[in-house]
Design a binder for this molecule. Structure first.
Ligand SMILES: Cc1cc2nc3c(=O)[nH]c(=O)nc-3n(C[C@H](O)[C@H](O)[C@H](O)COP(=O)(O)OP(=O)(O)OC[C@H]3O[C@@H](n4cnc5c(N)ncnc54)[C@H](O)[C@@H]3O)c2cc1C
Length: 405
């Protein structure tokens, strides 16, 4: 049989998972190529620990190549254009032809979308911003700490709330809590609205119990760097001493310029098969748009990128060599770190009708431990990684969590 090429764009959560699964499923006559512009893979969930001093920058990243199984070809280049009709991708100065394509290019951060954000807010969604926030918090003398979400959609629905909870715990640890306020501003009507009012109320209660003020439906329109104030669309202003910000997100340029994108730049896909409207072309993870029964999009989260990657690999293997394909069932989960070595855990069926069916497990030490083991399953070396995955599978069985791990 003639060998074919499965090309994966992006070496993040979805791309690494898809590349590895394809390599395991496809015969040696077929090539699996992963195209990624960065040398290092960043484990984003650890940014939340890093921003409060619980991790150092060198602990939260690994070489992309170390995460790929032998036989996956890693090409380090910037994707410039995607032509799904001709089945060709331009990256750097080369053209790559493919038989099947997986677009896993994620979402791009666009701090320039909010005047005054860059240089004033600590963008804890990237490594530099989270590192700078940690340094500012370390030398903080107390005051008003603001977590501000500027726009929707953003990655990881829980992240800003976890950030606020972890900052609050860090201020207590530093003996600064009495002299400090923690305040969240968000465009959302409640925390994690995709998960419904009950879960939103539970997260709001976790914030309220710790004296964290939540201002829903209140995104800042700009930031006045000199006055150190958030400025809102109605002209109101809110002061901050330390600002952790979530910048606007957008689809990567190569995707926005391609015929795969909708008018907002994201890639609409079939919710079950992750197929785009072009033959043999799939998209997974943050770059996709999947509307849910409650009218909100499937959240941008690594857990979905991971599960979707496994489905797409099976689909491509079936198209190359025959056999059964797979479909994505819409289940997902996330940890909500509370600080002090405790976490809550949300999980459920995001494809349920008439609305996603998500529940929040009671906070405890074991959920936090689960997240630490999850981190090791991505960042640990050889044996540590294997053991961490086995521990996660065992934990999922014991707790009854339905998770693709
Ligand atoms: C602070 C924070 C905490 C988070 N916590 C969680 C969590 O606890 N659980 C969870 O499920 N999710 C979490 N997430 C979200 C998670 O990181 C993303 O949803 C996930 O990484 C999406 O995977 P992806 O493969 O779609 O994109 P990514 O992992 O972002 O990968 C995209 C890759 O494409 C590359 N790329 C982009 N453009 C180009 C180009 N033109 N050429 C070449 N390469 C390119 C990028 O360098 C990147 O490596 C968190 C995110 C943040 C910021």
């Amino acid at each position: 049989m003639a060998g074919k090429v499965a090309l994966v764009l992006g070496g993040g959560v979805g791309g690494v998972t898809a590349g590895n699964a394809l390599r395991r499923l496809l015969g040696a006559e077929h090539r699996v190529v992963v195209l990624e512009r960065e040398a290092r893979y960043l484990f984003t969930p650890s940014l939340l620990w890093l921003m409060v001093g619980d991790r150092r920058p060198q602990q939260v990243a690994r070489d992309v190549g170390d995460l790929l199984v032998p036989g996956v070809e890693l090409v380090r280049a910037e994707v410039i254009s995607i032509d799904p009709a001709q089945k060709v991708v331009t990256a750097g100065d080369r053209e790559l032809r493919y038989d099947a394509l997986v677009v896993a290019l994620g979402a791009e951060l666009a701090p320039e979308g909010v005047p005054g954000f860059a240089g004033t807010a600590h963008n804890f969604f990237d490594l530099d911003g989270a590192t700078q926030f940690a340094e500012a918090l370390r030398t903080f003398a107390g005051g008003r700490v603001v977590v501000a979400v500027t726009a929707l959609p953003y990655k990881c629905p829980a992240a800003p709330y976890e950030a606020a909870l972890l900052i609050e715990a860090a201020l207590r640890r530093q003996g600064l809590r009495e002299r400090s306020e923690v305040v969240v501003f968000t465009p959302e009507p409640q925390p994690m609205p995709v998960a419904g009012p009950v879960l939103g109320a539970a997260v709001s209660q976790l914030l309220a119990e710790r004296g964290i003020a939540l201002h829903a439906n209140r995104p800042p329109a700009s930031i006045d760097a000199a006055a150190r104030e958030l400025v809102f669309a109605d002209g109101a202003r809110e002061r901050f001493d330390l600002l952790a910000g979530v910048p606007p997100h957008r689809a990567p340029g190569a995707v926005r310029r391609s015929p795969l994108a909708n008018e907002n730049g994201w890639i609409p896909v079939d919710a079950r098969t992750l197929r785009t409207r072009f033959a043999d072309t799939y998209a997974i993870g943050d770059v996709t748009l999947i509307p849910l029964a409650n009218g909100r999009p499937l959240p941008k989260a690594g857990v979905f990128a991971h599960a979707e990657a496994l489905v797409v690999a099976r689909e491509i293997a079936a198209s190359f060599a025959g056999g059964a394909g797979a479909t994505f069932d819409g289940t997902g989960y996330c940890w909500v770190e509370l600080g002090g070595g405790r976490a809550a855990f949300a999980e459920g069926d995001f494809y349920a009708t008439p609305a996603p069916s998500i529940r929040l497990r009671r906070p405890g030490v074991l959920w936090h431990l689960g997240k630490v083991i999850f981190e090791r399953s991505w960042l640990g070396g050889g044996l540590e990684r294997v053991l961490a995955r086995a521990a996660l599978r065992l934990g999922a069985r014991v707790t009854g969590v339905r998770a693709t791990l």
